[in-house]
Design a protein. Structure first.
Length: 359
């Protein structure tokens, strides 16, 4: 365990500046607000994520680079942290204008290379999943339309430099260890500067919101459903072990006490799984019924997001043997396997929030 007290805000920003890292806050049309892109003033001049594909985002990217004495044309390397459109939309445009290399984790290369087609497949799989878990057909139709309209903020990306998990990306002034940390998306990649104790983590860990482990199509195209929350918790356990002093997130402020923050998140997921178990133990329910019981109307307006949350936590309960799935007229219902009281479910995060004992 780190013996250091978390850095003060002033100290944090001093360390980030000394590391030659500039934060560019690029507007997005999404509820999450601006996305943080990071400029590494190093050789090669490197941009991490580029913002969504819009004229407004491109203008701001140009202006913010200019304020730091750079132009898009000066960029030599663009790194993509994951497949979401608020991060990848401008990558191709920026790379074309600058001639920069584009680096991304190898597993995401086919997906971003066929962005439009694969997003369509992803939506089809999401629609099937929503119908199977009880979301009404007309709602699924509306959501598909919304998703299609959002797609214009994305773009395909041609990756010229695929990265392997665990490899070291060397710049003149730093070494970054490439860490594949799936969960929030199947391609979440963190970049670890061990010398400075700085992790560039994008949406893997965000200070003010818990990252949604969105259910997503398997990147190998297998059609198999990933256990997004289970994967996410495993990824967080690895990040928890890092002696990181500063974590730079894809949205919001830097994280300086990641162990405490990750433990908070583990506790939240444990509580939420217990709540969901209580509902399922009362009576067997579909995923949509659970989401409605927990979040009311939000389960309607944010149907896919809330269903992802429910299924993620039910995965934890199924893996621990407390809940099973039963299919009835092509509708999936969840039921308790035994009469275990909710307070006796035990630790569903399996050791994740007991890290203190490991020292
Ligand atoms: Zn994301």
């Amino acid at each position: 365990m780190s013996a250091h007290a978390p850095l003060t805000e002033e100290e944090t920003w001093r360390r980030i500046t000394e590391a030659g890292i500039q934060t560019l806050r690029i507007p997005t049309p999404f509820a999450v607000g601006r996305v943080n892109c990071y400029l590494l003033e190093d050789d090669p001049l490197t941009l991490i994520d580029a913002g969504p594909n819009s004229g407004k985002a491109l203008d701001e990217l140009e202006q913010q680079l200019e304020a730091l004495g750079h132009r898009i044309e000066d960029l030599e390397l663009v790194i993509l942290t994951h497949q979401h459109i608020d991060h990848l939309g401008l990558v191709d445009i920026v790379a074309r204008r600058s001639g920069a290399e584009v680096a991304a984790i190898d597993v995401v290369v086919p997906f971003v290379g066929r962005f439009g087609e694969d997003s369509e497949l992803e939506d089809e799989q999401a629609a099937e999943l929503m119908l199977a878990h009880g979301i009404p057909e007309d709602m699924v139709g509306v959501l598909a339309t919304v998703s299609r309209s959002f797609r214009a903020w994305g773009s395909k990306v041609t990756v010229t430099r695929p990265l392997r998990d665990g490899e070291t990306l060397k710049l003149a002034g730093r070494s970054l260890e490439v860490q594949l940390r799936p969960g929030h998306s199947p391609s979440d990649t963190c970049f670890w500067d061990a010398e400075r104790g700085i992790l560039i983590a994008a949406d893997h860990l965000i200070k003010h919101i818990s990252s949604n482990p969105l259910i997503s199509r398997a990147l190998d195209g297998s059609g198999e459903r990933r256990q997004a929350l289970v994967e996410y918790i495993e990824s967080l356990k690895l990040t928890r072990e890092l002696p990181a002093e500063i974590i730079l997130a894809g949205h919001g402020e830097p994280v300086t006490d990641h162990v405490a923050l990750i433990d908070e998140r583990f506790a939240l997921h444990q509580r939420r799984a217990e709540k969901i178990y209580r509902l399922i133990a009362e009576e067997s329910r579909s995923g949509y019924e659970v989401a409605q019981a927990l979040w009311g109307n939000v389960a309607v307006t944010q149907a896919f997001l809330t269903l992802s949350e429910v299924i993620g936590h039910v995965d934890l309960l199924i893996n621990a043997g407390h809940v099973r799935e039963r299919e009835e007229d092509s509708l999936v219902r969840f039921e308790a396997t035994a009469a275990t009281p909710p307070e006796e479910l035990g630790d569903l995060i399996s050791g994740g929030n007991r890290g203190e004992e490991k020292g």
